[in-house]
Design a protein around this ligand. Structure first.
Ligand SMILES: Cc1ncc(COP(=O)(O)O)c(C=O)c1O
Length: 336
């Protein structure tokens, strides 16, 4: 383990997250489901900065690179209810960097009337980010390029934060997270057998895959597609994981990467019955806040896999809560 930590310490890191996040048993959910395996949750919804979530771990490495390059502004993009751009805006505020965001509207049809002003986007603005709104179908890379050019023309030094902070560098945050989970397993005297989470822009799964392949290849990692694009997600996880593995000199094994389809429903951000049930069960049985787009669909998949008997009685299965609570408020009519 030390050698992997040594290799990770070669990459500059700026501390932004409250770590380690808690890992807790889900005993009331387990009893409700009559589940044989022990169920756990890893609370990355509580990484702290700007209401937390999984991106803060990746931003510790990505923002450190921005600072090392002398950047005084960051540029990124995402949809209106992107948790990534909210956490990027919070990190930029904390580090004293200007933040410019290409914010895409219209990806999710038929949403609440205040969808474009509440939840994550309200927080982006509160953190002082400059938001340029554009249609989902517009050329977002061209918009980001023009934001970068505009900043350069004003004599600023912009740094582009990749979508979802899902570069190999960002994935280092989740290699560290895998080490954190294994430390917690040791302290609890438990051997985790499976990790299940919502996967989208790939950095979370790629980092966990590399960390687990290096240190605990017995742990099965299941990334659940929430984009309704499982092949694209798997390709991205493969690419980012292989790049990150090469940077750390880790060998991936053939079971390292599994993207599970079937829980996204008809499209990104569109509700499913499983998600609605999962968000309510998480809230009422465990006091959890799950969002309708990512963690809620991930939790629905986790519950479904337990019900299907996918895990054995001696298994210890971890649901990795990746955050996203602010988006819940932009979908309030689903729950009222
Ligand atoms: C709450 C939440 N969960 C999961 C994910 C997926 O993580 P990744 O993009 O690293 O695959 C995201 C990405 O935006 C997210 O916001």
């Amino acid at each position: 383990m030390n050698t992997l930590l040594d290799k990770l310490s070669a990459f500059p890191r700026v501390r932004l997250a409250h770590l380690p996040t808690a890992v807790e048993p889900l005993d009331r959910l387990r009893a409700h489901l009559g589940a044989a395996p022990r169920l756990w949750i890893k609370r990355d919804d509580c990484t702290g900065l700007g209401l937390g979530g999984n991106k803060v771990r990746k931003l510790e490495f990505v923002m450190a690179e921005a600072l090392a390059q002398g950047a005084d502004a960051v540029v990124s993009g995402g949809v209106v209810q992107s948790n990534h751009i909210r956490q990027t805006a919070a990190a930029a505020a904390k580090l004293g960097l200007e933040c410019h965001l290409a914010v895409m509207t219209g990806r999710v049809p038929k949403v609440d009337p205040d969808y474009n002003d509440t939840g994550n986007i309200l927080l982006d603005r509160l953190f002082g980010a400059h938001c340029v709104m554009l249609d989902w179908k517009a050329d977002r890379n061209a918009v980001i390029a023009s934001l970068i050019d505009g900043l350069k023309a004003r004599g600023r030094k912009p740094y582009m934060v990749p979508y979802g902070a899902s570069s190999a560098l960002g994935a280092m945050g989740f290699v560290l997270a895998a080490i954190e989970l294994l430390d917690q397993a040791r302290a609890l005297g438990t051997r985790f057998t499976h990790v299940v989470h919502a996967s989208g822009s790939a950095g979370t799964q790629a980092g966990l895959a590399v960390g687990l392949a290096a240190l605990a290849p017995h742990v099965e990692l299941l990334g659940l597609d929430i984009d309704a694009e499982p092949e694209r997600v798997e390709r991205d996880v493969m690419r980012v994981a292989h790049e990150a593995a090469a940077m750390l000199d880790v060998s991936l094994h053939d079971r390292s990467i599994a993207v599970v389809p079937g829980y996204a429903g008809t499209g990104y951000g569109l509700p499913t019955d499983g998600m609605l049930e999962a968000v309510k069960l998480g809230a009422r049985l465990e006091g959890l806040v799950l969002d309708p787009v990512y963690a809620g669909k991930g939790f629905a998949g986790f519950i479904d896999l337990v019900r299907q008997g996918r895990f054995g009685k001696d298994d210890n299965v971890v649901f990795w809560h990746t955050g996203g609570a602010p988006a819940l408020f932009a979908y309030r009519s689903l729950f009222s």
